[in-house]
Design a protein around this ligand. Structure first.
Ligand code: SF4
Length: 385
């Protein structure tokens, strides 16, 4: 029976912190402005859920912890310390675990950053998005580019040498020259890691409404967006950051270990409202609404919803879909060990056709997308469905 879980492998632990100062125009994440008064209660709830789910899955080894959001940097240092101590009490968190915290550059406070570091946080990911204050303002971001620079300096001064910046391209009205300037400013900071995401306009967001009603500049066309992506790849490479995933670039040896567990179809446990998990051959979510989540935790429930067993067919496809995001591709031996069949036995004709068209290549025991295949990844995957 093919398995998508392996108890010998360590898991990734995700803690969702759903509080923000204000809602950005493009955001459809589970994040709540003006609810910071609930942070202490929420942290207690998270620790309760952690205890209940740890009891269900046992004291699993944890290789990575990720505090994401929302804006985790709204939490005071002692709250982060309490959450990480609880994680160590309930799980076997590795001594060398990668412990990442996401942050909004507009919310960093020296005392708290120092306390995060003392609590064991050893990687930071800042949502920088763009180097032009006009674009940041149009997105509804609370920070400006000077806050990004100050934030990086603060993190460095407090001993963080593993810092990522998140950038977004394809913004309304954004020019290729502006995007190149953003990349150049970000790369000048000489960080270990850079993430460049293409803007997704999500239905129901203020940005989607503004675009539909013509109240903001239009989105760049497809050709310009492709040029922006190409610029990211070229400029990151020039600066010594190699691409290891569709949207991610790093110095050798500094890839995000947490996200690698997701992309290699490993197991992860997500805690907090709207967090997702993949454990013991099942996928499940947590109740998405903050108030419903808090009530469920007060009642001693596990907060889990939409639990579904991952079929062998789904597990195979997910392993390919996620693995092909990585420039290394899908490890053929690991795939065969997990599913008892090689990808060629499952999708022989489709893989041969993709290879013939120069979209896919097999090299050194890995099946990976070529540069051209990476550009049109979605249409490649449709052929494997
Ligand atoms: S800071 Fe991030 S999570 Fe919060 S509203 Fe903005 S995009 Fe959403």
């Amino acid at each position: 029976m093919p398995r998508c879980d392996n108890r010998a492998e360590p898991i990734a632990l995700y803690l969702h912190i759903p509080f923000c100062v204000q809602k950005c125009a493009y955001c459809d994440f589970a994040s709540y402005p003006n609810r910071q008064g609930d942070m202490a209660r929420y942290c207690q709830a998270l620790m309760g859920q952690m205890a209940r789910l740890a009891a269900r899955y046992g004291r699993r080894r944890v290789a990575t912890v990720f505090l994401g959001g929302g804006t985790p940097t709204l939490l005071p240092g002692e709250a982060v310390a309490a959450l990480l101590n609880a994680a160590r009490a309930h799980f076997d968190v590795a001594m060398d675990a990668e412990i990442t915290m996401e942050g909004n550059p507009g919310t960093l406070r020296t005392e708290d950053v120092r306390a995060y570091r003392a609590a064991g946080v050893n990687r930071f990911s800042l949502g920088a998005q763009a180097a032009q204050d006009g674009l940041l303002c149009a997105l509804g971001r609370i920070h400006r580019w000077r806050d990004v620079m100050a934030g990086v300096a603060l993190l460095r001064g407090e001993g963080f040498d593993n810092v990522n910046l998140d950038l977004i391209f394809g913004l309304p009205g954004q020019t290729l020259a502006q995007w190149r300037e953003t990349l150049s400013q970000a790369l000048a900071l000489r960080l270990r890691h850079l993430s460049c995401y293409s803007l997704e306009v999500e239905e129901g967001t203020p940005l989607a409404r503004s675009l539909a009603e013509g109240r903001c500049a239009p989105l760049p066309d497809e050709e310009k967006e492709r040029a922006m992506y190409a610029a990211a790849r070229a400029m990151a490479a020039e600066a010594g950051l190699g691409q290891y995933e569709i949207s991610n670039f790093t110095e050798p040896g500094w890839a995000c270990r947490h996200n690698l567990i997701y992309w290699r179809c490993g197991e992860y446990l997500g805690l907090g409202c709207a967090a997702h998990s993949h454990m013991a051959g099942e996928r499940f979510g947590a109740v998405p609404d903050l108030d419903v989540y808090l009530e469920a935790m007060d009642a001693g429930e596990d907060g889990v919803c939409e639990r579904a067993r991952v079929s062998a067919r789904e597990a195979r496809f997910e392993t390919m879909m996620l693995g092909l995001r990585l420039t290394e591709g899908v490890a053929l031996a690991a795939f065969a060990a997990r599913f008892g069949q090689s990808p060629w036995q499952v999708w022989g004709r489709a893989l041969a056709s993709l290879t013939d068209r120069g979209l896919l290549a097999q090299q050194g025991g890995f099946l990976r997308l070529t540069e051209r295949g990476m550009d049109i990844q979605n249409s490649v995957l449709v052929e494997l469905l």
